[in-house]
Design a binder for this molecule. Structure first.
Ligand code: F3S
Length: 423
């Protein structure tokens, strides 16, 4: 792999042991990928936080040891310096405020808070969300990034037009300390053109339909790059967030184009660049029903847990839930958890939305989600969610049955305790 003089100096330890370990990792990783060089990145979003029981033993050796082992893959414990680029902590395992509701033991929350302190002293911003782009971490078009988390990666590539592969704890840990990441995959223009055309024959407008469309497309194209045309109503950030999260769940989509909407595809021709589509997929009523049926893993209509906010909710989504719950009472046998970034929760708090949701019996969570924390209310058997991604993962993770529907259907199920949703 070709390295610049500065990169060689980091590798040789001229800039300290931590950067040497980071460069060593990036070179090994880049060679395994077949990358010929590294590229400068100014934007890293990773998982640095210590919030799970499995890391307790390492924490006893100090947080330098946690970073060394988990974020640099280093047997040697090195002192971690300040990061050199804008670096964000993604979602964590524990809600710093509602940890008791999650059933988290006190030593674990103390560990997470101490971990955040350590990271903050080194310049890692504790945004604690899978949607950093909703709280001010917004790379510009063409910017090289090192991001983890599939729903964040597909948003970064497709909607922002920035460039990232799905990175891991180790590569983001090394990128934060060096400002470098292997130059391969979606960093290269030639890998960013569309592969399949998806023509949508039915109106796709609300969030539920964008989720269903994403879920269908992900399953069909798997890791390829769909280009969407047809009867799509101009989507909002929230709808594209749900669409991408769904496509990255049923498949491994990391980049898509919607001509006239996403920035790298002003036209269909631009979306495919020098290539011809390998095929055209039609999406109509039958395909929509197919996606919807695959997302219903429940048969029992008596629900006991409503999960909202996957990916983490935007302020307009929090407002909608507050509006739907205002003056009402959630069924005593049902728990409703809604998830949003901690920064958005502050706004929701000031606006009175949190109070309305709590008065109805719901909980507004931040920092985590059930799929990451692997924690749901005790005794839960049947969940309902407005997220195709959560409907895909949570039943298997939490051993529960799941219903997927609109946010309105989920809120009505919270009130009545009965799932009445449908197509
Ligand atoms: Fe975010 Fe958790 Fe969903 S990480 S995308 S809320 S599964």
């Amino acid at each position: 792999m070709q390295l610049t003089d500065y990169e060689k100096a980091m590798l040789n330890g001229d800039h300290g042991a931590a950067k040497a370990r980071a460069m060593d990792l990036l070179v090994r990783y880049g060679q395994a990928l077949g990358a010929e060089r590294l590229v400068e990145t100014r934007n890293v979003a990773g998982a640095f936080n210590a919030s799970t029981p499995s890391v307790k033993a390492i924490v006893e050796q100090g947080f330098d040891a946690v970073y060394s082992e988990l974020n640099l893959d280093s047997d040697e414990v090195v002192e971690i310096p300040r990061v050199v680029v804008n670096t964000t902590q993604l979602i964590t395992g524990i809600d710093n405020d509602n940890w008791r509701v999650q059933g988290v033991e006190e030593p674990l929350i103390r560990m997470q808070r101490a971990s955040e302190q350590f990271l903050g002293e080194r310049g890692i911003n504790p945004c604690a969300t899978c949607t950093p782009y909703q709280v001010g971490v917004v790379p510009v078009m063409g910017e090289h990034c090192a991001w983890m988390e599939s729903s964040a990666v597909i948003y970064c590539n497709s909607v922002l037009g920035a460039r990232t592969n799905v990175e891991g704890k180790e590569s983001t840990g090394a990128a934060a300390l060096t400002g470098r990441i292997p130059y391969w995959g979606y960093h290269l223009t030639e890998n960013r053109f569309g592969t399949h055309r998806v023509h949508v024959d039915i109106d796709v407008d609300d969030m539920k339909d964008w989720g269903l469309l994403g879920y269908y497309i992900g399953e069909v194209v798997q890791e390829d790059r769909p280009v969407l045309t047809g009867k799509l109503h101009h989507p909002s950030m929230v709808k594209l967030k749900h669409f991408g999260a769904a496509a990255a769940s049923s498949g491994g989509v990391e980049l898509y184009h919607i001509p006239g909407v996403t920035p790298e595809a002003r036209t269909v021709e631009e979306a495919f660049g020098p290539h011809q589509p390998v095929g055209t997929i039609r999406y109509g009523k039958a395909e929509r029903r197919d996606a919807w049926e695959k997302l219903q893993s429940a048969t029992d209509r008596k629900v006991d847990f409503i999960m909202l906010g996957c990916p983490h909710n935007a302020i307009e989504q929090v407002e909608l839930v507050a509006h739907l719950l205002r003056g009402r009472r959630i069924h005593p046998d049902v728990a409703l958890w809604m998830h949003t970034p901690r920064a958005i929760k502050q706004i929701a708090d000031r606006a009175g939305y949190v109070e309305i949701i709590e008065a109805a019996g719901g909980v507004v969570m931040s920092d985590t989600c059930p799929a990451i924390s692997r924690r749901v209310p005790e005794g839960v058997r049947v969940i309902a969610t407005d997220s195709a991604k959560q409907a895909h993962y949570l039943p298997a993770i939490a051993k529960v049955q799941g219903w997927f529907g609109s946010v309105q259907e989920c809120v009505e199920a919270a009130i009545s305790g009965e799932w009445q949703g449908g197509l």
